[in-house]
Design a protein around this ligand. Structure first.
Ligand SMILES: Nc1ncnc2c1ncn2[C@@H]1O[C@H](COP(=O)(O)OP(=O)(O)OP(=O)(O)O)[C@@H](O)[C@H]1O
Length: 236
């Protein structure tokens, strides 16, 4: 079996006195898209922040490529190849598409190379190159955020609510690209509240309810049938 690039083991974490995660286990392997689903407030974003070193655990272990990195800073996590694309797209709305891309030259790539990478994957960005990012559609902004992230050559890509506010067809197209990114060998963890689009392309799914993993398995019919019960259960 392909070794895991990201592993969370028995993670407990919270905010002040509030425990948000009660022993979360999660594994993402190279070439795999794992969908992390769950209702509002279940702990999905907290889990991703822990994976990216943005939030620290109270107990449990975080491993990258089998190496224990518990307590790693977000800076070192990024250096280790973990790229978080937060909800809200992570682009600079007042800068042009080109300027947003050029900011990534700190990775050692040239402006030309970064543009080439982005435009090859998302041709629409070339047409928008001189447009300010904030004036583009949500889907195009998401493409720009992904393009920026990919210039860091991530081993692990963490996507938070990629589909937020986007039309279903746009989401479907974005997920086709996410699947392609995984096929190139990246381990992808996608957090979504609403499941259907991501389940069409995920290799594996986990459902968090009130800080606990209540399902961990294939993203097929069994999960779809169970999802409503899991979500409704969280409301009681
Ligand atoms: N900065 C914070 N301070 C205090 N409590 C927080 C903070 N961030 C999150 N929480 C709490 O931690 C729990 C998990 O939140 P989290 O954002 O991880 O859930 P989520 O599943 O991502 O939800 P959503 O889909 O609404 O983003 C919730 O009860 C939330 O209220």
């Amino acid at each position: 079996m392909i070794p895991p690039l990201l592993e969370l083991r028995d993670i407990r974490a919270g905010y002040g006195g509030i425990t948000a995660l009660h022993g979360v286990d999660l594994t993402v392997r190279a070439g795999q898209v794992v969908a992390l689903l769950g209702p509002n407030g279940a702990g999905k974003t907290t889990t991703q922040k822990i994976a990216a070193g943005v939030h620290q655990v109270d107990s449990g272990e975080v491993l990258y490529g089998g190496r224990d990195v518990t307590g790693i800073s977000s800076r070192d996590a990024a250096r280790a190849g973990v790229c978080l694309i937060p909800e809200g797209r992570g682009v600079f709305p007042n800068l042009t598409v080109r300027e947003n891309l050029w900011m990534m030259t700190f990775t050692g790539r040239s402006r030309e190379e970064i543009e080439e990478m982005a435009f090859a994957r998302f041709p629409i960005l070339e047409q928008r190159a001189s447009q300010t990012a904030g004036t583009m559609s949500g889907g195009e902004q998401q493409m720009l955020a992904l393009s920026r992230g990919l210039t860091t050559d991530p081993a692990v890509l963490l996507l938070d609510e990629l589909s937020m506010g986007l039309a279903p067809l746009v989401v479907e197209r974005l997920y086709e690209q996410v699947a392609q990114i995984a096929r190139e060998g990246v381990a992808v963890l996608v957090v979504e509240q609403f499941a259907s689009a991501v389940l069409d392309m995920a290799d594996h799914a986990a459902v968090l309810v009130r800080g606990r993993i209540e399902y961990d398995g294939p993203p097929g019919r069994e999960l779809r049938n169970e999802l409503a019960n899991l979500y409704l259960g969280s409301a009681s």
